[in-house]
Design a protein around this ligand. Structure first.
Ligand SMILES: [Zn+2]
Length: 564
Protein backbone atom coordinates (compact mmCIF):
# COMPACT_ATOMS: atom_id res chain seq x y z
CA UNK A 1 0.00 0.00 0.00
CA UNK A 2 1.52 3.32 -1.00
CA UNK A 3 1.31 6.10 1.55
CA UNK A 4 -1.05 8.08 -0.69
CA UNK A 5 -3.57 5.24 -0.32
CA UNK A 6 -3.72 5.54 3.45
CA UNK A 7 -6.91 4.57 5.20
CA UNK A 8 -8.22 7.27 7.47
CA UNK A 9 -10.50 6.89 10.47
CA UNK A 10 -12.13 9.99 12.00
CA UNK A 11 -13.46 9.58 15.53
CA UNK A 12 -15.76 12.47 16.42
CA UNK A 13 -16.52 13.18 20.06
CA UNK A 14 -19.32 15.75 20.08
CA UNK A 15 -18.33 18.39 22.62
CA UNK A 16 -15.11 16.55 23.50
CA UNK A 17 -12.62 18.75 25.34
CA UNK A 18 -9.17 18.44 26.86
CA UNK A 19 -10.58 20.46 29.79
CA UNK A 20 -12.25 17.18 30.77
CA UNK A 21 -9.83 14.66 29.26
CA UNK A 22 -6.52 16.26 30.32
CA UNK A 23 -6.98 15.50 34.04
CA UNK A 24 -8.19 11.98 33.17
CA UNK A 25 -5.10 11.46 30.99
CA UNK A 26 -2.85 12.69 33.81
CA UNK A 27 -4.53 10.22 36.15
CA UNK A 28 -3.96 7.38 33.69
CA UNK A 29 -7.70 6.89 33.21
CA UNK A 30 -7.78 7.18 29.41
CA UNK A 31 -4.98 4.83 28.31
CA UNK A 32 -6.15 4.51 24.71
CA UNK A 33 -6.48 8.24 24.15
CA UNK A 34 -3.10 8.66 25.83
CA UNK A 35 -1.44 6.22 23.39
CA UNK A 36 -2.99 8.06 20.45
CA UNK A 37 -1.66 11.43 21.66
CA UNK A 38 1.82 10.04 22.26
CA UNK A 39 1.95 8.61 18.74
CA UNK A 40 1.19 11.88 16.97
CA UNK A 41 0.09 15.50 17.23
CA UNK A 42 -2.76 17.01 19.20
CA UNK A 43 -4.11 20.29 20.47
CA UNK A 44 -7.13 22.45 21.12
CA UNK A 45 -9.28 22.98 18.03
CA UNK A 46 -10.85 26.40 17.49
CA UNK A 47 -14.54 25.80 16.68
CA UNK A 48 -16.80 27.87 14.48
CA UNK A 49 -18.57 31.01 15.72
CA UNK A 50 -20.94 30.00 17.25
CA UNK A 51 -19.30 26.93 18.82
CA UNK A 52 -22.40 24.97 18.04
CA UNK A 53 -23.02 21.42 16.76
CA UNK A 54 -24.97 22.46 13.65
CA UNK A 55 -22.52 25.17 12.52
CA UNK A 56 -19.38 23.24 13.39
CA UNK A 57 -20.26 19.93 11.73
CA UNK A 58 -21.60 21.84 8.70
CA UNK A 59 -18.17 23.43 8.43
CA UNK A 60 -16.59 19.99 8.72
CA UNK A 61 -18.84 18.52 6.02
CA UNK A 62 -18.45 21.39 3.53
CA UNK A 63 -14.98 22.73 4.35
CA UNK A 64 -16.64 26.16 4.46
CA UNK A 65 -17.06 28.93 7.03
CA UNK A 66 -20.68 29.51 8.19
CA UNK A 67 -20.97 32.50 5.83
CA UNK A 68 -20.79 30.04 2.93
CA UNK A 69 -22.85 27.10 4.27
CA UNK A 70 -25.28 29.45 6.06
CA UNK A 71 -25.85 27.35 9.20
CA UNK A 72 -25.80 29.32 12.47
CA UNK A 73 -28.51 27.27 14.18
CA UNK A 74 -30.69 24.20 13.69
CA UNK A 75 -33.39 26.37 12.17
CA UNK A 76 -34.08 28.71 9.30
CA UNK A 77 -35.31 32.21 10.16
CA UNK A 78 -37.79 34.46 8.42
CA UNK A 79 -35.68 37.58 8.88
CA UNK A 80 -38.03 39.97 7.07
CA UNK A 81 -40.84 39.22 9.56
CA UNK A 82 -38.68 39.62 12.69
CA UNK A 83 -38.41 35.90 13.37
CA UNK A 84 -35.50 35.69 15.83
CA UNK A 85 -35.85 31.98 16.63
CA UNK A 86 -36.50 30.15 13.36
CA UNK A 87 -39.00 27.58 12.17
CA UNK A 88 -37.96 25.08 9.48
CA UNK A 89 -34.93 22.86 10.13
CA UNK A 90 -31.73 22.91 8.15
CA UNK A 91 -30.61 19.66 6.57
CA UNK A 92 -27.84 18.25 4.43
CA UNK A 93 -29.64 19.08 1.17
CA UNK A 94 -28.42 22.66 1.48
CA UNK A 95 -24.79 21.67 0.99
CA UNK A 96 -23.60 21.99 -2.62
CA UNK A 97 -20.61 19.77 -2.12
CA UNK A 98 -19.82 17.49 0.80
CA UNK A 99 -16.66 15.82 1.98
CA UNK A 100 -18.48 12.50 1.37
CA UNK A 101 -19.13 13.30 -2.25
CA UNK A 102 -15.57 14.45 -2.89
CA UNK A 103 -14.17 11.25 -1.38
CA UNK A 104 -16.73 9.07 -3.21
CA UNK A 105 -15.95 10.77 -6.53
CA UNK A 106 -12.26 10.08 -5.91
CA UNK A 107 -13.14 6.37 -5.73
CA UNK A 108 -12.74 6.01 -1.96
CA UNK A 109 -14.87 3.49 -0.09
CA UNK A 110 -16.71 5.20 2.81
CA UNK A 111 -18.20 4.23 6.16
CA UNK A 112 -19.95 7.29 7.64
CA UNK A 113 -21.89 6.76 10.85
CA UNK A 114 -23.83 9.25 12.98
CA UNK A 115 -22.25 12.50 11.79
CA UNK A 116 -24.68 15.35 12.66
CA UNK A 117 -26.13 17.25 9.67
CA UNK A 118 -25.92 14.30 7.26
CA UNK A 119 -29.69 13.67 6.92
CA UNK A 120 -31.03 12.86 4.35
CA UNK A 121 -28.29 10.30 3.61
CA UNK A 122 -26.20 10.78 0.51
CA UNK A 123 -25.62 8.01 -2.05
CA UNK A 124 -21.96 7.55 -1.19
CA UNK A 125 -19.49 4.99 -2.38
CA UNK A 126 -19.94 2.78 0.69
CA UNK A 127 -22.49 3.36 3.44
CA UNK A 128 -23.89 6.24 5.49
CA UNK A 129 -26.03 6.21 8.63
CA UNK A 130 -27.15 9.75 9.38
CA UNK A 131 -26.82 11.51 12.73
CA UNK A 132 -28.33 14.38 14.70
CA UNK A 133 -31.24 16.21 12.95
CA UNK A 134 -32.48 12.91 11.51
CA UNK A 135 -36.24 13.12 12.23
CA UNK A 136 -36.52 9.54 13.55
CA UNK A 137 -35.41 5.98 12.91
CA UNK A 138 -38.67 5.62 10.91
CA UNK A 139 -37.15 7.91 8.28
CA UNK A 140 -34.85 6.67 5.49
CA UNK A 141 -31.61 7.45 7.30
CA UNK A 142 -29.44 4.65 5.95
CA UNK A 143 -27.66 4.34 2.62
CA UNK A 144 -27.82 1.87 1.01
CA UNK A 145 -31.39 1.19 2.30
CA UNK A 146 -30.76 -2.59 2.51
CA UNK A 147 -28.47 -1.93 5.51
CA UNK A 148 -31.27 -0.53 7.67
CA UNK A 149 -32.43 -3.98 8.70
CA UNK A 150 -28.87 -4.82 9.78
CA UNK A 151 -28.72 -2.06 12.41
CA UNK A 152 -30.75 -3.95 14.97
CA UNK A 153 -33.91 -2.99 16.84
CA UNK A 154 -32.08 -1.10 19.59
CA UNK A 155 -30.12 1.25 17.29
CA UNK A 156 -30.97 4.85 18.14
CA UNK A 157 -29.71 8.10 16.69
CA UNK A 158 -30.05 10.11 19.88
CA UNK A 159 -31.28 9.81 23.43
CA UNK A 160 -34.86 10.94 23.99
CA UNK A 161 -35.19 13.30 26.94
CA UNK A 162 -38.71 14.33 26.01
CA UNK A 163 -40.21 16.55 28.62
CA UNK A 164 -43.85 16.80 29.47
CA UNK A 165 -45.53 19.46 27.31
CA UNK A 166 -44.18 22.95 27.81
CA UNK A 167 -42.75 22.24 31.27
CA UNK A 168 -39.54 24.02 31.87
CA UNK A 169 -36.17 23.42 33.48
CA UNK A 170 -35.26 20.19 35.20
CA UNK A 171 -38.75 19.07 36.16
CA UNK A 172 -40.23 16.20 34.17
CA UNK A 173 -36.92 14.99 32.81
CA UNK A 174 -36.34 11.28 33.29
CA UNK A 175 -34.26 10.51 36.39
CA UNK A 176 -30.53 11.24 36.19
CA UNK A 177 -29.79 7.54 36.26
CA UNK A 178 -32.23 6.81 33.41
CA UNK A 179 -30.70 9.58 31.33
CA UNK A 180 -27.17 8.39 32.00
CA UNK A 181 -28.02 4.76 31.25
CA UNK A 182 -29.63 5.85 27.97
CA UNK A 183 -26.43 7.67 27.00
CA UNK A 184 -24.24 4.66 27.88
CA UNK A 185 -26.49 2.25 26.02
CA UNK A 186 -26.58 4.47 22.94
CA UNK A 187 -22.77 4.48 22.74
CA UNK A 188 -22.53 0.72 23.31
CA UNK A 189 -25.10 -0.03 20.60
CA UNK A 190 -23.41 2.37 18.17
CA UNK A 191 -20.08 0.61 18.70
CA UNK A 192 -21.60 -2.84 18.26
CA UNK A 193 -23.38 -1.76 15.07
CA UNK A 194 -20.27 -0.13 13.66
CA UNK A 195 -18.08 -3.17 14.32
CA UNK A 196 -20.66 -5.37 12.57
CA UNK A 197 -20.77 -3.08 9.53
CA UNK A 198 -16.98 -2.97 9.28
CA UNK A 199 -16.85 -6.74 9.48
CA UNK A 200 -19.61 -7.45 6.94
CA UNK A 201 -19.37 -4.62 4.41
CA UNK A 202 -16.64 -3.74 1.89
CA UNK A 203 -13.39 -2.56 3.50
CA UNK A 204 -13.31 1.22 3.84
CA UNK A 205 -10.72 3.79 2.85
CA UNK A 206 -12.37 6.52 4.91
CA UNK A 207 -14.42 5.84 8.02
CA UNK A 208 -16.03 8.26 10.43
CA UNK A 209 -18.18 7.90 13.49
CA UNK A 210 -19.41 10.64 15.83
CA UNK A 211 -20.30 9.89 19.44
CA UNK A 212 -22.92 12.35 20.69
CA UNK A 213 -23.00 10.83 24.19
CA UNK A 214 -20.15 13.13 25.24
CA UNK A 215 -22.20 16.24 24.38
CA UNK A 216 -25.27 14.91 26.18
CA UNK A 217 -23.23 13.89 29.24
CA UNK A 218 -21.50 17.27 29.48
CA UNK A 219 -24.77 19.21 29.01
CA UNK A 220 -26.72 17.37 31.66
CA UNK A 221 -24.10 16.03 34.08
CA UNK A 222 -21.48 18.79 34.21
CA UNK A 223 -21.11 18.88 38.04
CA UNK A 224 -20.56 15.10 37.95
CA UNK A 225 -18.05 15.44 35.12
CA UNK A 226 -16.13 18.08 37.08
CA UNK A 227 -16.17 15.91 40.16
CA UNK A 228 -15.17 12.83 38.15
CA UNK A 229 -12.06 14.51 36.79
CA UNK A 230 -11.21 16.47 39.93
CA UNK A 231 -12.91 19.85 39.38
CA UNK A 232 -11.67 21.39 36.15
CA UNK A 233 -13.54 24.60 36.81
CA UNK A 234 -14.56 26.02 40.14
CA UNK A 235 -17.53 27.95 38.74
CA UNK A 236 -20.04 25.12 39.10
CA UNK A 237 -21.51 25.18 42.54
CA UNK A 238 -21.22 21.98 44.49
CA UNK A 239 -24.49 20.11 44.44
CA UNK A 240 -25.53 16.85 46.07
CA UNK A 241 -23.95 14.21 43.88
CA UNK A 242 -25.60 10.80 43.80
CA UNK A 243 -22.80 8.20 44.20
CA UNK A 244 -24.55 5.77 41.83
CA UNK A 245 -24.78 8.41 39.10
CA UNK A 246 -21.18 9.42 39.85
CA UNK A 247 -20.06 5.82 39.26
CA UNK A 248 -22.02 5.75 36.02
CA UNK A 249 -20.35 8.94 34.77
CA UNK A 250 -16.90 7.50 35.52
CA UNK A 251 -17.88 4.25 33.78
CA UNK A 252 -19.07 6.15 30.71
CA UNK A 253 -15.75 7.98 30.42
CA UNK A 254 -13.89 4.66 30.75
CA UNK A 255 -16.19 3.06 28.15
CA UNK A 256 -15.49 5.94 25.79
CA UNK A 257 -11.75 5.32 26.07
CA UNK A 258 -12.33 1.59 25.47
CA UNK A 259 -14.34 2.46 22.35
CA UNK A 260 -11.45 4.61 21.09
CA UNK A 261 -9.06 1.69 21.66
CA UNK A 262 -11.37 -0.75 19.90
CA UNK A 263 -11.78 1.54 16.88
CA UNK A 264 -8.04 2.17 16.56
CA UNK A 265 -7.37 -1.54 16.70
CA UNK A 266 -10.08 -2.41 14.19
CA UNK A 267 -8.74 0.25 11.79
CA UNK A 268 -5.36 -1.49 11.79
CA UNK A 269 -1.75 -0.26 12.08
CA UNK A 270 -1.69 1.17 8.53
CA UNK A 271 -4.59 3.55 9.20
CA UNK A 272 -4.27 7.18 10.16
CA UNK A 273 -6.48 8.01 13.14
CA UNK A 274 -7.94 11.49 13.52
CA UNK A 275 -9.90 12.29 16.66
CA UNK A 276 -11.78 15.56 16.98
CA UNK A 277 -14.65 17.43 18.51
CA UNK A 278 -16.89 20.19 17.19
CA UNK A 279 -16.62 22.49 20.23
CA UNK A 280 -15.54 22.44 23.85
CA UNK A 281 -17.52 22.50 27.08
CA UNK A 282 -17.71 24.32 30.38
CA UNK A 283 -20.16 25.09 33.16
CA UNK A 284 -23.48 26.73 32.27
CA UNK A 285 -23.51 30.53 32.21
CA UNK A 286 -23.92 32.24 35.57
CA UNK A 287 -25.18 35.56 34.21
CA UNK A 288 -27.97 36.61 31.89
CA UNK A 289 -27.50 39.82 29.88
CA UNK A 290 -30.68 41.46 28.64
CA UNK A 291 -29.40 42.91 25.41
CA UNK A 292 -32.78 44.24 24.27
CA UNK A 293 -32.96 46.18 27.54
CA UNK A 294 -29.45 47.47 26.80
CA UNK A 295 -30.56 48.61 23.32
CA UNK A 296 -33.59 50.27 24.94
CA UNK A 297 -31.25 52.13 27.32
CA UNK A 298 -29.22 53.28 24.32
CA UNK A 299 -32.40 54.64 22.73
CA UNK A 300 -32.20 52.19 19.83
CA UNK A 301 -35.21 50.05 20.82
CA UNK A 302 -38.67 51.13 21.89
CA UNK A 303 -41.30 49.05 23.62
CA UNK A 304 -44.82 49.42 22.31
CA UNK A 305 -47.63 50.67 24.54
CA UNK A 306 -50.13 48.29 26.14
CA UNK A 307 -52.85 46.90 23.88
CA UNK A 308 -55.80 46.58 26.27
CA UNK A 309 -56.06 44.88 29.65
CA UNK A 310 -55.17 41.41 28.38
CA UNK A 311 -51.82 42.37 26.88
CA UNK A 312 -49.92 39.59 28.70
CA UNK A 313 -46.49 40.42 27.29
CA UNK A 314 -46.85 44.05 28.31
CA UNK A 315 -47.96 43.01 31.81
CA UNK A 316 -45.06 40.59 32.08
CA UNK A 317 -42.53 43.34 31.43
CA UNK A 318 -44.38 45.67 33.79
CA UNK A 319 -44.31 43.02 36.55
CA UNK A 320 -40.77 41.92 35.76
CA UNK A 321 -39.47 45.41 36.41
CA UNK A 322 -41.11 45.55 39.85
CA UNK A 323 -39.20 43.04 41.97
CA UNK A 324 -41.55 43.20 44.98
CA UNK A 325 -44.54 42.35 42.79
CA UNK A 326 -42.60 39.61 41.00
CA UNK A 327 -41.69 38.03 44.35
CA UNK A 328 -45.30 38.23 45.54
CA UNK A 329 -46.64 36.64 42.35
CA UNK A 330 -44.02 33.87 42.57
CA UNK A 331 -45.49 32.99 45.96
CA UNK A 332 -49.09 33.12 44.77
CA UNK A 333 -49.01 31.57 41.31
CA UNK A 334 -48.62 27.77 40.90
CA UNK A 335 -45.25 26.67 39.46
CA UNK A 336 -46.89 25.06 36.41
CA UNK A 337 -48.43 28.39 35.42
CA UNK A 338 -45.13 30.20 35.98
CA UNK A 339 -43.39 27.65 33.75
CA UNK A 340 -45.77 28.13 30.86
CA UNK A 341 -45.57 31.91 31.27
CA UNK A 342 -41.77 31.70 30.92
CA UNK A 343 -42.14 29.64 27.76
CA UNK A 344 -44.56 32.12 26.23
CA UNK A 345 -42.35 35.06 27.18
CA UNK A 346 -39.28 33.52 25.57
CA UNK A 347 -41.14 32.87 22.35
CA UNK A 348 -42.72 36.29 22.13
CA UNK A 349 -40.21 38.79 23.52
CA UNK A 350 -40.13 40.40 20.08
CA UNK A 351 -43.91 40.96 20.36
CA UNK A 352 -43.28 43.78 22.84
CA UNK A 353 -41.13 45.77 20.43
CA UNK A 354 -42.46 48.79 18.55
CA UNK A 355 -40.83 48.14 15.20
CA UNK A 356 -41.59 51.56 13.79
CA UNK A 357 -39.49 53.12 16.57
CA UNK A 358 -36.75 50.48 16.82
CA UNK A 359 -33.37 50.63 15.14
CA UNK A 360 -31.74 47.49 16.52
CA UNK A 361 -32.71 44.31 18.38
CA UNK A 362 -31.21 41.08 19.70
CA UNK A 363 -31.14 37.81 17.77
CA UNK A 364 -29.79 35.12 20.12
CA UNK A 365 -27.41 32.80 18.25
CA UNK A 366 -25.99 30.47 20.86
CA UNK A 367 -25.84 31.46 24.55
CA UNK A 368 -22.65 33.56 24.62
CA UNK A 369 -22.79 34.36 20.89
CA UNK A 370 -25.38 37.06 20.14
CA UNK A 371 -26.50 38.85 17.02
CA UNK A 372 -27.74 42.42 16.86
CA UNK A 373 -29.89 43.09 13.86
CA UNK A 374 -30.37 46.56 12.39
CA UNK A 375 -33.99 47.29 11.43
CA UNK A 376 -33.03 48.39 7.93
CA UNK A 377 -35.45 49.82 5.39
CA UNK A 378 -36.29 47.31 2.66
CA UNK A 379 -34.86 44.32 4.55
CA UNK A 380 -37.47 44.22 7.31
CA UNK A 381 -41.23 44.55 7.13
CA UNK A 382 -41.16 47.75 9.18
CA UNK A 383 -37.54 48.75 8.67
CA UNK A 384 -36.63 52.35 9.56
CA UNK A 385 -32.84 52.61 9.29
CA UNK A 386 -31.55 53.96 5.97
CA UNK A 387 -28.93 51.75 4.34
CA UNK A 388 -25.43 53.14 3.83
CA UNK A 389 -24.08 55.79 6.15
CA UNK A 390 -26.86 55.67 8.79
CA UNK A 391 -26.60 51.88 8.94
CA UNK A 392 -22.83 51.96 9.36
CA UNK A 393 -22.96 54.70 12.00
CA UNK A 394 -25.40 52.59 14.00
CA UNK A 395 -23.21 49.51 13.75
CA UNK A 396 -20.19 51.56 14.87
CA UNK A 397 -22.02 52.87 17.89
CA UNK A 398 -23.36 49.42 18.93
CA UNK A 399 -19.86 47.94 18.69
CA UNK A 400 -18.35 50.79 20.68
CA UNK A 401 -21.04 50.73 23.38
CA UNK A 402 -20.92 46.91 23.63
CA UNK A 403 -17.24 47.00 24.46
CA UNK A 404 -17.96 49.08 27.54
CA UNK A 405 -20.63 46.80 29.10
CA UNK A 406 -19.42 45.61 32.48
CA UNK A 407 -20.94 43.18 34.91
CA UNK A 408 -21.54 45.31 38.02
CA UNK A 409 -21.40 42.19 40.20
CA UNK A 410 -17.93 41.15 39.09
CA UNK A 411 -16.58 44.36 37.59
CA UNK A 412 -15.37 42.46 34.52
CA UNK A 413 -16.16 43.21 30.87
CA UNK A 414 -19.13 41.28 29.47
CA UNK A 415 -18.30 41.42 25.75
CA UNK A 416 -15.12 39.68 24.61
CA UNK A 417 -15.50 40.67 21.01
CA UNK A 418 -17.88 42.98 19.15
CA UNK A 419 -17.64 43.13 15.38
CA UNK A 420 -19.39 43.49 12.07
CA UNK A 421 -20.61 40.18 10.60
CA UNK A 422 -18.25 40.49 7.62
CA UNK A 423 -15.25 40.49 9.97
CA UNK A 424 -16.14 36.91 11.00
CA UNK A 425 -17.64 35.42 7.87
CA UNK A 426 -17.35 35.42 4.11
CA UNK A 427 -19.79 34.09 1.53
CA UNK A 428 -23.26 34.40 0.09
CA UNK A 429 -25.10 33.86 3.42
CA UNK A 430 -23.33 36.66 5.32
CA UNK A 431 -26.00 39.20 4.34
CA UNK A 432 -28.67 37.02 6.01
CA UNK A 433 -26.74 36.98 9.32
CA UNK A 434 -27.23 39.52 12.16
CA UNK A 435 -25.44 42.78 11.33
CA UNK A 436 -23.33 42.91 14.48
CA UNK A 437 -21.99 39.86 16.32
CA UNK A 438 -21.26 40.07 20.05
CA UNK A 439 -19.20 37.31 21.63
CA UNK A 440 -19.78 37.49 25.37
CA UNK A 441 -17.52 36.24 28.09
CA UNK A 442 -18.57 32.53 28.26
CA UNK A 443 -19.96 32.99 31.75
CA UNK A 444 -22.69 35.23 30.26
CA UNK A 445 -25.59 34.50 27.93
CA UNK A 446 -27.58 36.97 25.90
CA UNK A 447 -31.31 36.88 26.74
CA UNK A 448 -34.05 38.52 24.64
CA UNK A 449 -36.50 39.21 27.48
CA UNK A 450 -37.51 42.81 28.12
CA UNK A 451 -38.65 41.94 31.64
CA UNK A 452 -35.25 42.11 33.29
CA UNK A 453 -35.09 44.35 36.35
CA UNK A 454 -31.46 45.16 35.58
CA UNK A 455 -29.27 44.77 32.52
CA UNK A 456 -27.47 41.80 34.04
CA UNK A 457 -29.02 39.28 36.37
CA UNK A 458 -27.76 36.05 37.83
CA UNK A 459 -28.89 32.89 36.05
CA UNK A 460 -29.23 30.54 39.00
CA UNK A 461 -31.28 27.74 37.45
CA UNK A 462 -29.90 26.89 34.00
CA UNK A 463 -31.85 24.17 32.22
CA UNK A 464 -28.61 22.31 31.53
CA UNK A 465 -25.55 22.32 33.78
CA UNK A 466 -22.98 22.48 30.98
CA UNK A 467 -22.74 24.57 27.81
CA UNK A 468 -20.44 24.84 24.82
CA UNK A 469 -17.08 26.59 24.65
CA UNK A 470 -14.95 27.70 21.72
CA UNK A 471 -12.07 25.26 22.26
CA UNK A 472 -12.72 21.80 20.86
CA UNK A 473 -10.08 19.10 20.57
CA UNK A 474 -7.97 17.46 17.89
CA UNK A 475 -5.53 14.56 17.74
CA UNK A 476 -3.98 12.69 14.85
CA UNK A 477 -1.62 9.72 14.65
CA UNK A 478 -0.51 7.40 11.87
CA UNK A 479 2.39 6.04 9.89
CA UNK A 480 3.04 9.38 8.12
CA UNK A 481 2.22 11.68 11.02
CA UNK A 482 5.05 13.32 12.96
CA UNK A 483 5.22 12.91 16.74
CA UNK A 484 5.12 16.61 17.51
CA UNK A 485 2.97 16.44 20.62
CA UNK A 486 0.92 19.54 21.33
CA UNK A 487 0.24 21.96 18.46
CA UNK A 488 -1.21 25.45 18.81
CA UNK A 489 -3.67 27.47 16.66
CA UNK A 490 -5.51 24.49 15.17
CA UNK A 491 -8.83 25.32 13.52
CA UNK A 492 -11.85 23.17 12.74
CA UNK A 493 -12.00 24.87 9.33
CA UNK A 494 -8.61 23.31 8.49
CA UNK A 495 -9.65 19.73 9.26
CA UNK A 496 -11.53 18.95 6.00
CA UNK A 497 -8.69 20.00 3.64
CA UNK A 498 -6.25 18.16 5.91
CA UNK A 499 -8.35 15.00 5.53
CA UNK A 500 -8.38 15.29 1.73
CA UNK A 501 -4.62 15.79 1.67
CA UNK A 502 -4.15 12.71 3.87
CA UNK A 503 -6.33 10.73 1.44
CA UNK A 504 -4.43 11.98 -1.61
CA UNK A 505 -7.51 13.79 -2.96
CA UNK A 506 -7.42 17.26 -4.55
CA UNK A 507 -8.99 20.01 -2.42
CA UNK A 508 -11.93 21.84 -4.05
CA UNK A 509 -11.62 25.63 -4.33
CA UNK A 510 -14.90 25.89 -2.37
CA UNK A 511 -12.97 25.00 0.81
CA UNK A 512 -12.00 27.90 3.08
CA UNK A 513 -9.39 26.20 5.27
CA UNK A 514 -5.74 25.24 4.84
CA UNK A 515 -3.99 21.88 5.15
CA UNK A 516 -2.35 21.42 8.57
CA UNK A 517 1.15 21.05 7.20
CA UNK A 518 2.64 20.91 10.72
CA UNK A 519 1.54 17.25 10.94
CA UNK A 520 4.12 16.15 8.36
CA UNK A 521 7.84 16.27 7.66
CA UNK A 522 9.04 18.49 4.82
CA UNK A 523 10.11 15.35 2.93
CA UNK A 524 6.56 13.99 3.13
CA UNK A 525 5.09 17.30 1.96
CA UNK A 526 7.55 17.42 -0.96
CA UNK A 527 6.54 13.90 -1.98
CA UNK A 528 2.82 14.61 -1.48
CA UNK A 529 2.16 18.14 -2.70
CA UNK A 530 -1.24 19.68 -1.91
CA UNK A 531 -3.50 19.51 -4.95
CA UNK A 532 -6.58 21.56 -5.77
CA UNK A 533 -9.62 21.06 -7.99
CA UNK A 534 -12.28 23.38 -9.36
CA UNK A 535 -15.78 22.72 -8.02
CA UNK A 536 -17.63 23.67 -11.18
CA UNK A 537 -17.10 20.12 -12.41
CA UNK A 538 -19.19 18.64 -9.57
CA UNK A 539 -22.97 18.20 -10.08
CA UNK A 540 -25.43 19.78 -7.63
CA UNK A 541 -27.76 17.73 -5.43
CA UNK A 542 -31.55 17.78 -5.61
CA UNK A 543 -33.65 19.15 -2.75
CA UNK A 544 -35.95 17.19 -0.41
CA UNK A 545 -38.08 18.69 2.36
CA UNK A 546 -39.11 17.30 5.74
CA UNK A 547 -42.75 16.30 6.19
CA UNK A 548 -44.83 18.06 8.87
CA UNK A 549 -44.64 14.90 10.97
CA UNK A 550 -40.83 14.69 10.71
CA UNK A 551 -40.62 18.36 11.60
CA UNK A 552 -42.73 17.76 14.73
CA UNK A 553 -40.60 14.78 15.80
CA UNK A 554 -37.41 16.81 15.47
CA UNK A 555 -38.90 19.68 17.41
CA UNK A 556 -39.91 17.38 20.23
CA UNK A 557 -36.46 15.81 20.50
CA UNK A 558 -34.59 19.12 20.38
CA UNK A 559 -36.91 20.55 23.01
CA UNK A 560 -36.15 17.58 25.22
CA UNK A 561 -32.44 18.15 24.78
CA UNK A 562 -32.89 21.79 25.77
CA UNK A 563 -32.10 23.31 22.38
CA UNK A 564 -35.48 24.91 21.72
ZN1 LIG B 1 -21.78 19.51 19.42
Amino acid sequence: MSSIDRRLLVIGLDGGTFDVFRPLLQQGRMPNLSTLLQRGCWGELDSTIPPFTASAWSTFITGQNPGRHGVLSFQIRDRYNYDTVGTGFVNAERFDLTLWQILSDAGKQLSVVNVPMTYPPQAVNGHMITGMLTPSTEADFVYPPRLKSRLGQDYIIDVEFIRDGSSFRLRNFPSELEMLNAIRKMTAVRMRTLMRLWRDESPWDFAMVVFTGTDRLFHFFWPYVEAAVGNVNAVTKKQELDPVVMDGVCSYLAELDEAIGQLVQAAGPEATILLMSDHGFGPAQQWRVYLNVWLEQLGMLTRRSAQGMLDLEYLRVWVGRRPWLKALLRLLIPQQVQDSATDIAQASSVAIIDWEKTQAFLVPIYFQVCGIEINQKGLFRKGIVEPGEAYERLRDRIIQEARSIRNPNTGSPVVQRACRREELYTGRYVETFPDVILILDPNHLGAPSMAGRMLIESHPHPMRSGEHRQNGMFAVAGPDIEQHGELKHLRLLDVPPTILHEMGVAIPDSFDGCVMTALHSQAYLDAHPIQYQSVSAIPQRSAQNLSANEQALLEERLRGLGYL
